[in-house]
Design a protein around this ligand. Structure first.
Ligand SMILES: *[C@@H]1O[C@H](CO)[C@@H](O)[C@H](O)[C@H]1NC(C)=O
Length: 294
């Protein structure tokens, strides 16, 4: 039985003949390679529309295998891209994007931000003042919009964030680039504004995308103390660095949603920045709103 089968296979091969088998292979690999390179070159030209050289805007998206793109709509992409991610948590909904930006892109953003750093400020609740909230947020930072960055890097990153979230770029605030030095921190807080505490809001922050621009030797983690319902018994000290902790790594992204799909604030999206113990932390934050940010 076994012999018959292999004999059958052999006769099929010989019928096709070695030369034609070889030629079919060549044709197959030629087209596979041709398609593959077409996809990759589309990818780079699509995203590299900024003003910087191709090295700064080099795509980190790679097509893992040869996939044939679908016919696309007027505003769609002609290529298939891959943006790898890991779900870190469903409570809050948090996603991690390794290698979202290149080292060069991160360095370029830091360079632009450095010249404009000022002490970070807080959105104040009723009864709060700059004085009585001192120490909650001790980083320095600056807001930079993509249009202000002539290198095109922020535009590139912004487009990639819009793709990863499928929330249009117009819903994002300008990038808030922050530097935390040793001992600097941000106590646990919500990015969404509860109207009961902050008064009526024109629009709501629904998600936050953090792009880590530096490695931090020790400390500086982004923490979610209420992850999966932990520590929610009113005993939590807002300075404590507990719960799910995300270690900053240069070029990596962290996306989390501050509201449920129905728009209610997700209490587990409480988060903070643990104090930097060794090194320096640089991060670019993009707050994404439920309405266009004008
Ligand atoms: C909104 O969604 C959350 C999570 O699914 C749910 O717990 C909450 O009750 C909802 N709120 C309203 C007002 O529907």
């Amino acid at each position: 039985m076994k012999g018959t089968k292999s004999k059958g296979t052999w006769s099929f091969r010989t019928k096709l003949g070695f030369p034609s088998f070889f030629i079919s292979c060549c044709i197959f690999f030629f087209f596979a390679g041709f398609y593959g390179s077409m996809l990759l070159s589309h990818d780079i030209s699509l995203d590299g529309g900024g003003m910087a050289g191709p090295r700064l805007l080099e795509s980190v998206e790679e097509v893992s295998e040869v996939l044939v793109p679908m016919a696309h709509g007027e505003t769609g992409d002609s290529n298939i891209v891959s943006i790898p991610f890991q779900v870190l948590s469903w409570q809050p909904r948090a996603l991690y994007f390794p290698n979202f930006a290149t080292t060069k892109q991160c360095q370029s953003i830091i360079k632009i931000a450095k010249s404009n750093l000022a002490p970070s400020t807080l959105a104040l609740r009723k009864g709060e003042t700059a004085e009585n909230t001192q120490g909650i947020r001790t980083s320095s930072g600056t807001f930079i919009s993509a249009s202000e960055d002539k290198t095109g890097v922020l535009e590139f990153i912004e487009k990639k964030i819009a793709r990863a979230t499928m929330v249009p770029r117009s819903h994002g605030e300008a990038f808030n680039v922050l530097r935390y030095e040793i001992g600097q921190r941000y106590d646990s807080h919500y990015d969404a504004f509860n109207p009961a505490e902050y008064g009526p809001q024109k629009s709501q922050r629904i998600a936050s995308f953090l792009l880590y621009l530096s490695d931090v030797e020790e400390g500086g983690e982004t923490m979610f103390p209420f992850e999966n319902g932990l520590n929610m018994d009113n005993s939590y000290d807002y300075k404590a660095c507990v719960g799910l902790k995300v270690k900053p790594r240069r070029g990596d992204g962290l996306l989390f949603y501050s509201v449920f799909p129905n728009g209610t604030i997700d209490q587990t999206s409480l988060h903070g920045s643990c104090p930097v113990i060794k090194g320096e932390k640089w991060v670019a934050t993009k707050w994404i709103r439920d309405e266009e940010d004008k």
